[in-house]
Design a binder for this molecule. Structure first.
Ligand SMILES: Cc1cc2nc3c(=O)[nH]c(=O)nc-3n(C[C@H](O)[C@H](O)[C@H](O)COP(=O)(O)O)c2cc1C
Ligand SMILES: [Mn+2]
Length: 477
């Protein structure tokens, strides 16, 4: 069966019962949905939550679905160790071009709202955190066509819902979304945009992948799904949208139409206002019968996991091109601005080359790349700190790239703050921490260990709890 959100929810109910919970109580979309996420987060639990009674709307809201490694492993069809102890998730899978299905065979167009009916306030769009400027779409994959190459591009962007018909959108830094919009605007044309909500988690992995060049996300999604994405023509533009999504919002951005966007709590754990950003006008909303709206818990674990996992795969792909000895990549969940690379070092230039490939794959988000040898487990923070403690000499192994991040953006370090509460964008630095041993033929002190053969010969049947003092007391006079 072709994969979509529903096939995944079915897999989940069968293979991981209890991992999806339904909330039947009425909830206010303003903080009511994220309240449940925050409640479980405090207990370090991350169930997927389906709200079937969101006040004022008929459509249910699903959140926290992509918040755990276990569910992502199930979605990608790999053991969870692959996601947490190595970084081969999605590697070696070939990109799969999408296929087009005829209009009329697309579940996502079973229900069509046009004109006044196409009203965003009919969807269960949460307001997530205390100081957010309003409701935001957070699991929304926006599809646009590059006017230069004709290629389709996709990415998740934050959409600030102003009213039933208008939303602000912030394309960060060098993301293709912004480039495509600029290219349309420079021609004086509107930018057609289609916002896809609710699909298989492997589709989201593809949409958030850092694919070289503009476009290619549908192909990356096919790689993660292990099958082509089915597309159908949008109703109001020449865009192609996933036929098996739950909901698609079709709209356009007029050149020069800007409005104040944000503030909104972002993954680094702070609120960030966007300033004046492009405005999307809604033209139509299409959906499945009994559509399920999907949300991502903004600034929560789900937001960080969905930022980290696809980038680990993309950084792996990019660094491997430059440094073939690459072993593993980790972008830790708790500090997504750091990246750990382990390499089998052949040349003294390998760590710097590897670090720059990583920075160039994730220029907006990475501030520190730590390069370690292949005997260090990059998924174990203790191992990484030990490598820094024993193999890193700041005077020669620390490289500072003075103006790498910014100006502005999500990282609080990319702004100058003044005493009046104002701020202005600035560039900030990035660092490379080379915690590798010198390249061969230099002989570095070997790492202490008891031989593995000796450890595996341990006889646990001969190990007993000591429950009496006879062993020493009987020798007393
Ligand atoms: C939950 C979530 C929210 C995101 N929000 C934004 C956003 O508001 N703006 C943005 O430019 N990128 C955002 N991203 C990152 C982009 O989706 C991602 O970097 C993508 O690769 C960009 O694609 P593009 O370069 O084709 O535009 C978000 C990612 C996730 C997982
Ligand atoms: Mn892209």
């Amino acid at each position: 069966m072709t994969k979509d959100l529903r096939t995944f929810l079915t897999d989940l109910v069968k293979q991981d019962p209890g991992s999806l919970k339904r909330v039947s109580a009425p909830v206010d979309p303003r903080f009511g949905i994220t309240a449940y996420g925050a409640f479980y987060d405090k207990r370090a639990e991350y169930p997927a939550l389906l709200f079937t009674d969101v006040s004022g709307v008929d459509v249910p809201c699903l959140t926290n679905l992509v918040a755990t490694h276990d569910r992502m492993a199930l979605a990608l069809g790999v053991p969870v160790e692959t996601l947490t102890h190595s970084s081969i998730a999605g590697q070696g899978r070939a990109a799969q071009p999408p296929v087009q299905v005829p209009a009329g065979q697309a579940p996502v167009q079973e229900v069509v709202w046009r004109g006044d009916e196409a009203d965003l306030t009919r969807l269960p769009i949460p307001t997530h955190n205390e100081l957010d400027g309003g409701p935001f779409l957070t699991a929304a994959v926006a599809v646009m066509r590059d006017p230069e190459s004709g290629r389709l591009n996709a990415g998740i962007y934050r959409h600030h819902v102003y009213d039933g018909k208008r939303m602000g959108v912030w394309f960060f830094g060098s993301h293709d979304g912004g480039t495509i919009h600029r290219r349309h605007a420079e021609r004086g044309e509107p930018t057609p945009i289609a916002i896809v909500i609710g699909h298989h988690p492997a589709f989201l992995m593809g949409a958030v992948s850092r694919v070289p060049g503009v476009g290619g996300e549908y192909e990356a999604a096919g790689a993660f799904l292990g099958e082509p994405v089915e597309l159908v023509e949008a109703l109001t533009s020449d865009l192609l949208v996933p036929a098996r999504a739950e909901i698609v919002i079709e709209g356009h951005i007029l050149p020069g139409d800007l409005a104040e966007e944000g503030p909104f709590a972002e993954w680094p754990g702070h609120y960030v206002g966007g300033g004046r950003k492009p405005v999307i006008e809604v033209d139509a909303i299409t959906m499945r019968r009994d559509a399920i709206f999907q949300d991502i818990q903004a600034s929560g674990r789900e937001h960080r996991l969905m930022g980290a996992l696809p980038r680990i795969a993309s950084v792996h792909e990019a660094v491997r091109q430059k440094v073939p000895g690459l072993k593993a990549v980790n972008i830790p969940l708790h500090t997504r601005m750091h990246c750990y690379l382990s390499i089998r070092k052949e040349l003294d230039s390998d760590p710097t080359r590897a670090a720059f490939a990583a920075f160039n794959t994730e220029p907006e988000n990475l501030r520190a790349v730590v390069v370690v040898d292949d005997d260090i487990d990059v998924y174990d923070e203790r191992e990484v700190s030990w490598a820094i403690g024993t193999r890193f000499d700041a005077a020669q192994d620390l490289q500072i790239i003075p103006r790498w991040n910014g100006p502005g953006g999500l990282l609080p370090t990319n702004w100058t703050y003044d005493a009046e509460g104002g701020r202005s964008p600035r560039m900030s630095s990035a660092v490379i921490i080379d915690a590798t041993k010198p390249a061969p033929p230099i002989v570095f002190p070997p790492r202490a260990r008891v031989p593995e053969e000796a450890v595996s010969a341990v006889d646990t049947a001969a190990v007993h709890d000591v429950t009496s003092t006879d062993l020493w007391d009987q020798r007393l006079p």
